[in-house]
Design a protein around this ligand. Structure first.
Ligand code: MD6
Ligand code: FE
Length: 221
């Protein structure tokens, strides 16, 4: 957190709730930005999962990802033995992905603006569900057509350690704790940075039980 010796403790506390921490040029952590919306967001996730259930996708290499995923929006991110890509239909049902709820769109555009990316129009939201012990290995998000748009990532439920590297896979990534309601906005010079999630610690959260839910909003098409 930024050091602010000039501020009274109660103001420091208020500032810490809505801190805009720069992780690197183009990447900002908005602490607690989605905290008030979290219950509504989780209700919406549960509705989406009723029509497009969470599933472990296969990697192109033939392994199963440990993180469970689903999507909403006009495009959904999928992985199978043919590779990574966006599809307008859920391959499990052949139906279009559930529409992006208004609450999702509203939060994502406000967060992008707070992270200094105006005019963000996400058409895809990948929803990740982690249980204790699951992880997401270092990767780049590069299946989108336009790297000018940022990505907005919302953490809900159990906390996680976010691994945040540079534009090469090598090198030791930063480790950043993400709690429920924290939002990361990144784009510009950080858009292709490597990142991942360390194995989730055992725990139970009032909103999500033994799960961490992550929403990543993208402009895919
Ligand atoms: C997660 N997030 O937080 C995984 N990708 O569960 C991501 O893979 C991610 O947080 C691009 C931008 C922000 C992210
Ligand atoms: Fe990612």
């Amino acid at each position: 957190m930024t050091r602010r010796p000039d501020m009274a403790p109660q103001d420091l506390f208020a500032a810490s709730l809505l801190e805009r921490e720069a992780l690197s040029p183009g990447a900002r952590l908005l602490r607690g930005f989605a905290r008030d919306d979290a219950p509504t967001l989780i209700d919406a996730v549960n509705k989406i999962a009723n029509s497009a259930p969470f599933r472990c996708m296969a990697t192109p290499g033939g392994r199963k990802m440990s993180v469970e995923m689903t999507n909403c929006g006009t495009a959904g991110w999928i992985s199978d033995k043919r590779g990574y890509r966006y599809e307008s239909e859920d391959p499990a049902s052949g139906q279009p992905w559930p529409a992006m709820p208004e609450t999702f769109l509203n939060l994502a555009t406000r967060a992008a603006t707070a992270g200094e990316f105006d005019g963000f129009e996400p058409d895809a939201c990948l929803i990740n569900r982690y249980s204790p012990g699951t992880r997401l290995s270092l990767h780049q998000d590069r299946d989108e057509q336009d790297f000018n748009a940022p990505i907005v990532s919302v953490s809900l439920g159990l906390s996680a350690i976010f691994l945040f590297g540079g534009d090469k896979r090598s090198g030791r990534p930063q480790r950043i704790r993400l709690d429920s309601g924290d939002v990361v906005v990144w784009g510009g010079p950080a858009r292709l940075n490597f990142h991942g999630i360390a194995p989730i610690a055992e725990g139970c959260h009032p909103l999500t039980g033994r799960n961490r839910i992550n929403l990543t909003f993208r402009k895919a098409l």
